[in-house]
Design a protein around this ligand. Structure first.
Ligand code: V47
Length: 364
């Protein structure tokens, strides 16, 4: 009988879609290298040897949050020693003219007014007019809608009017009611997360998607999550990328340690094979680490995110990665894998292809 890899290879060659059963069998397959090779072929058919990155800055304006999700080491309450809140001035002074993307995600702040969020974007655009703002997860959009009594459409349209370009993919965690009840019972679940992304896509706002894995979810739950994203993408076509986020256990005691590299690489590869309608699979170096992220570029990923500058969510959970990488390091990291670095903007427009190593001057 043919192995699962042979069966899946046959399906891919015949442009047949992979099923839930295929994906579950791939998670059990022992031939991780063969799986990676197959995902790499699929990636190469789309992107050849290109690998994307972005000159970006992450800003997490506050960790004060009305929720207290069990898996999260970032959120806290006002008055606690680790609580912080940035002013608009403090946000804006983190930006510089070379940036193409600012990625903003925070806690669900109990007191900030709607005008504060709008003024934040106005000030960002005033400081760096060409920057693209990728901000607020579906969880935050839902919170704004309820707190400020606006429809989701109004929230998104008003944010777009002051500079929003795209939504990040966070807040999805894992689309399992079982896990939600255990780890984030007061956060929106799958139907609302998907609905908000559907609305964004309908309004022409592209979005990303994530999966938080490596805690208490099963392979079935991981696969169901990815398939629900595939289903919405069939309907709207509005997702740019899928980002598997390896859980950083921090001090939460949800699990003892982070998933091993093989698990991260399998998840990237299976996502690339299942998500035949997604342009990009991102190996997020902050959670995977630079080493696994670079190997992931041979396991189906075509993107490694960006310079970041500062990251507080994963680092509150003791992520071992640095908080920032330079453009030069990202270019080098991609080149070391044999891929061609492609600098992109937040919407994946190509800005520069680093295809001539010989005439490259050192990049900062
Ligand atoms: O929703 C929280 C996750 C997400 C931990 O769209 C954790 O390009 C691992 O939205 N270990 C927010 N993950 C991050 C996010 C994101 C990140 C990178 C790229 C993009 C993009 C979006 O971070 C949350 C949650 O799922 N998270 N705590 C943790 N300890």
């Amino acid at each position: 009988m043919a192995s699962i890899l042979e069966r899946v290879t046959h399906k891919i060659e015949n442009h047949e879609r992979l099923t839930r059963e295929d994906a579950l069998a791939l998670f059990q397959a022992r031939d991780v290298i063969g799986l990676g090779r197959l995902a790499d072929q699929v990636k190469r058919a789309r992107w050849a040897d290109r690998a994307h990155f972005v000159i970006n800055r992450q800003i997490n304006p506050s960790n004060v949050c009305v929720l207290s999700c069990r898996f999260c080491d970032f959120a806290t309450k006002r008055g606690r020693p680790n609580a912080y809140e940035m002013t608009i001035h403090e946000i804006v002074e983190r930006l510089h003219p070379d940036l193409r993307e600012v990625h903003i995600v925070a806690g669900l702040h109990p007191d900030w007014k709607w005008e504060f969020y709008l003024d934040m974007f106005r000030a960002i655009k005033q400081r760096v007019p060409q920057i693209q703002i990728k901000a607020w997860t579906a969880v935050e959009i839902d919170y704004f809608s309820k707190k400020f009594r606006l429809s989701v459409e109004d929230v998104l349209e008003q944010l777009r009017a002051v500079g929003l370009s795209a939504l990040p993919g966070g807040g999805a965690e894992v689309f399992s009611e079982r896990v939600r009840k255990a780890l984030f019972p007061f956060k929106i679940g799958a139907p609302r997360w998907l609905e908000i992304h559907r609305i964004a896509h309908r309004l022409g706002i592209p979005t990303n998607s994530t999966l938080l894995y490596g805690h208490m979810e099963t392979y079935e739950e991981r696969v169901d999550h990815i398939l629900r994203l595939r289903e919405l993408q069939d309907e709207t076509g509005g997702f740019m990328s899928f980002i598997p986020l390896a859980y950083q256990p921090g001090k939460t005691q949800v699990v003892a340690r982070q998933t091993p590299a093989t698990e991260d690489l399998k998840t990237v590869a299976i996502a690339r094979l299942l998500l035949d309608n997604f342009p990009h699979i991102k190996a997020y170096w902050v959670t995977m680490g630079e080493e696994s992220a670079s190997v992931a570029l041979h396991f189906g990923a075509d993107d490694i995110d960006g310079t970041i500058g500062e990251e507080r969510i994963m680092h509150a959970a003791d992520a071992a990665s640095p908080v920032s990488l330079t453009r030069g390091r990202l270019v080098e990291l991609i080149r070391e894998t044999g891929c061609v670095p492609v600098e992109r903007d937040a919407l994946y427009h190509t800005l520069r292809v680093y295809d001539d190593a010989a005439c490259e001057s050192p990049v900062s």
